[in-house]
Design a protein around this ligand. Sequence first.
Ligand SMILES: Cc1ncc(COP(=O)(O)O)c(C=O)c1O
Length: 369
Amino acid sequence: MPEAAASNAVPAHGGQLRHISEQFAVPMAELLDFSASIYPAGPPAGVIEALKEAIRCPAILRDYPDIELCELRSALGRYASVSPDNILAANGVAPLIDATLAALRSQRCLLLVPAFGEYRRVLEKSGVEIHPFPLSPDLEFRPDSERLIDDCRRHQCDTLLLTNPHNPSGFTLAAEDMRRVIQNAAENNIRVLLDEAFIDFVPEDSISRDTPNFSNLIVFRSVSKFFSIAGLRVAYLIASEHLFRDIARNLLPWPVCTIGAVAASRAVEDVAYIAETILRNRQEREWLGAKLLGLGVTVFLGSANYLLFRLPEQSRSKSVWERLIVDHRIVVRNCASFEGLDSSYIRIGIRSRTDNELFIKALSSLVSE
Ligand SMILES: Cc1ncc(COP(=O)(O)O)c(C=O)c1O
């Protein structure tokens, strides 16, 4: 049974509204979800049109998907500025990381803490030894890039797992700095698994298109967050061709359904949606960040579509999380479920101005009590 459903604990993931609704006896339809980092104005209108067209055609449902997912990989390749030959798609980032660890026969991995919880689960499932690399709030969760590689060497890690922008802090390493880390790792025979699940919000910092130049780099990307089609389960990785074949061998056949492939292909071609989403998200993040600072909380602004902040007193924050749900019907991410954080940290997904105003009003009433 998934963790969130198994207990009354803080959910291990955002977006667990059914669980929250049962735990606090509040109707699910009344909950406003700030806990999942999914762009609220998506999916792009063209996706809905493409899906309507698709289900009018019985063959789309009747036939197996193209086993090589050629159209999807071409669309993703145009979007990420890489050849489709370097792209492999599957039903989520975790299955792709899983296949990659198996292909690379990874033994030991340096893992930044805190980080997306599924990394630990996949690494453990694959029998990879984990060496945590703690990130400090005093440095805004910024990793010291030199120390990353030194620590890999010290613990004999053959693999380094990074997220850019980082989740939950939103901290983003500039492309140039990331290239230096990859180069340094290459010189020390370390493979870098780089999760760019949120890079679409800050595309200038992506190094996806550098993958053909780095034989030690595998980049993971997602259409779940930016294009708001998490329910369809489509993600992809970008790797140089010599790695690509081994990773592909470790995936089960037909990992993406035809409907998912149709939707993702259409989504990444919507240039107007892409430009608008980047702009809106940045504006709302800055607005929310300023309002939160005004409430006296410590804010980690980041550059993704979520914000991490710390409430003044740890003991209060669990009750703030609960009271936001019970009194205001607002669900935020209680970061006690992140290794290395506690319930004084809260992460919110950035929503529309109207929703963000509701959140600030609710939080303000709780912190000023
Ligand atoms: C850093 C990070 N990577 C990957 C994912 C999952 O992406 P996908 O929906 O494509 O599996 C998440 C989901 O929260 C995430 O936070």
